[in-house]
Structures are given as C-alpha cells and as structure tokens.
Design a binder for this molecule. Structure first.
Ligand code: DNO
Length: 350
C-alpha cells in the first residue's frame, strides 16, 4: 500500500515538512481548491503542488477531489461543457504525475454532520451526526447551515437544487452517472489514472435527496456501468460503516479481490442505537469497525493502492480544520502502518 495524507495546500496550517516526518509517509492527497466545479484547473497550480511536495520528499499523486458539478449530476444544458472541463482536468492531473482521482456523486452536499466538535469523555472532540439535531429540519422552509456544507450556495439556490433533485429522483441520477462514467472513464484509462468514487456519507438519503452510492448492490451496479479498473472506489470505511447493514470488511475483501479499490479512507465510527453516529479514534476498540480485519482483507488480496488515515479527532489542544488536524491523523497513520506490517508478515509466513 502507499501511505498518504490529505493536505489542503498553502492554506493548510500543517506544513508538508511535518507530514513528511510521519513514519512511512509517501504521498500527498490534494487538489486545486480555488476553481469552481465545471471549470478547468490552471496547470501552474498543479505544477506548484508537485514541486512543493517534491521539495519535501513527498509525491503528489492523488487528487481529492475533482468535484462533479451539480450540472453534471442533474444533467442540465451545461453538462457537456462541464464534462469537457472534467476530462481536461484529468489529463492535466496526469501530466503532473497524478495516478488516482477521488470524487463523489452526492447531490448538493458532501458529508453531513450536525456537530464538528462534540466533546468525548477524554476531552477530545470529533465530528458527529445526531438524529435528534437533524430531525424536524426542512431545508425547503428552514434556514439550515450544517457544518461542512458549501457556504457558496444561497438559501434559494439550495432550495432550487433540492427541488431539481426531487424531480430527478434515483433513476434520473443513475442515468446521469452513466453519462458521466461513459465520458470520463475512457479518458482516465488513456491517461493511466484511476477514478476513485467516494461513497455517500452517510450512506442514505438526507432531506429526501437521492443518494445511491450507499451499499454493495448499488456499488456493484456503479462499477458494472463501465467495467474497467479505471472505474474504481475510494472505499471510505467510516462512511460505509455508519450503516450497520454494510459489512465493511467483507466489502473491502470483495472489491479488493476484484482490483476495484484505488484508494482507502481509513477511520472508525461508533453507531448509536437510533442510527446517529460519532467519529472515533482509529483503533478497532474505539468504534464499531474491525480495522484489523479490514487491513487483513487488503493484504490478503494483494492491495497496492493508496491508503490515508481519514478524519482524526482534535486532541492535545490542537486547533484547525475539524477532522484534519495533524496529531490524531498521525496516530492513525502509525496504527495503519502497524496493522499492515503485522498482516504482511503473517501472510508471508503462511
Ligand atoms: C471528507 C472527505 C470527503 C471526500 C469527498 C470525495 O472529509 O472524505 O469530503 O473528500 O467526498 O469527493
């Protein structure tokens, strides 16, 4: 596996030099963050990212994300132009050494949480989603600002989008996924780039918006639309793990053995009785996922893609971007290294 770490570019309070000091760290996961979805990334920005990483002994070879515009997801009259820009971005990323591009197909909102700084008994804070904080909210009538949601939409725009997705429905979303994949995957294949689809987080509809990248059956359907290793997954254990019906270790084994995992997001999560969930420390004992079984599945299937410690808690007084501090993600990286070393040795001995 190739160990990686997400870095938000020059605005990230964590210097690349610190990232480099994490044992085993190889790759930087980043993106051009100042260009709107549907537009083309300047080559100079990619060149700069590559250069900054190399100056610090790291490789810039994973992009998270090239965002899929709402126009592509909804199939509006701007779709064709946005798809051309998307393909051009893949070509440009490849030109600067990128091998894996993460993206998602979640309507309007990316991940959904109700609080980003929930204090645990040990004084650490983490991201949570509590149904009693969400229930009763209606984005069509209430002015909702959930943490992490794109603040660039006005309330009216959000309402317009929610209505449009309501009309589109799941079937319409699947049709637009097909148009996207049939256009984009051949370009990725040509450039030697693996497209890594991130699951919906959490993996069920929120506010009636269709969400389809949620479970094994739907992921099978997604991967079969274009049956190519370039059409792969960014398998996020914490996202799929917030539904008890997803057996994450079994899904990892299945898709790794098919060669369809390009990138692993590794974190743990605790699911509460009413379906609410709390992000926890990476260790198996801290949440509901058996992280060792997940790594075992990867190792036994010969996985050689990218892995990154996903969201960490805020610990030791660190402040910064929720989920993306240095300390707990570095602890996560050390833990992931340990699990891989142990399972790789066990498999070699067997
Ligand atoms: C959250 C991330 C996601 C992810 C996108 C991929 O912290 O895992 O926002 O980057 O869904 O497109």
């Amino acid at each position: 596996m190739k160990l990686s770490f997400r870095w938000y570019g020059e605005s990230d309070p964590i210097p690349l030099q610190y990232i480099r000091q994490i044992p085993g760290m190889r790759s930087v996961v980043s993106a051009v963050y100042d260009v709107k979805p549907g537009e083309v990334w300047p080559e100079a920005s990619l060149a700069r990212l590559k250069e900054q990483c190399e100056e610090n002994g790291l490789v810039f070879d994973v992009v998270e994300s090239i965002p899929v515009s709402e126009d592509i997801k909804l199939g509006t009259d701007k779709r064709a132009a946005h798809l051309d820009a998307y393909c051009e971005n893949i070509r440009r990323c490849a030109k600067y050494g990128v091998k894996c591009v993460t993206y998602n197909f979640m309507p309007v909102f990316d991940w959904t949480r109700t609080q980003l700084d929930r204090v645990a008994p040990d004084g650490s804070t983490s991201l949570v989603m509590y149904w009693d904080q969400l229930r009763g909210l209606d984005p069509l009538t209430d002015d909702i600002h959930l943490p992490g949601w794109d603040a660039s939409y006005t309330r009216d725009e959000v309402r317009g989008l929610i209505r449009a997705y309501g009309e589109l429905g799941e079937d319409g979303l699947w049709k637009n996924i097909e148009v996207f994949l049939k256009k984009v995957i051949p370009v990725a294949e040509e450039c030697g780039v693996t497209m890594a689809l991130h699951p919906d987080d959490p993996p069920y509809p929120i506010f009636g918006l269709p969400r389809v990248v949620t479970c094994e059956a739907n992921i099978d359907r997604y991967l079969s639309i274009v049956d190519s290793p370039a059409n792969s997954l960014c398998l996020c254990t914490g996202s799929l793990g917030c539904t008890k019906s997803n057996d994450v270790a079994a899904m990892v084994r299945k898709y790794a053995s098919m060669g369809r995992i390009g990138f692993m997001h590794m974190r743990n999560v605790r699911v509460l009785e009413d379906g609410s969930f709390e992000e926890s420390g990476h260790l198996s004992a801290c949440g509901d996922l058996d992280m060792s079984e997940i790594v075992r599945a990867l190792v036994e299937c010969g996985f050689d893609g990218y892995v990154r410690p996903d969201h960490g808690r805020m610990i030791w007084g660190e402040t910064g971007k929720a989920g993306y501090g240095l300390y707990d993600r570095a602890l996560g990286a050390a833990y992931i290294n340990g699990l891989f070393e142990a399972w790789e040795k066990a498999v070699r001995r067997a």
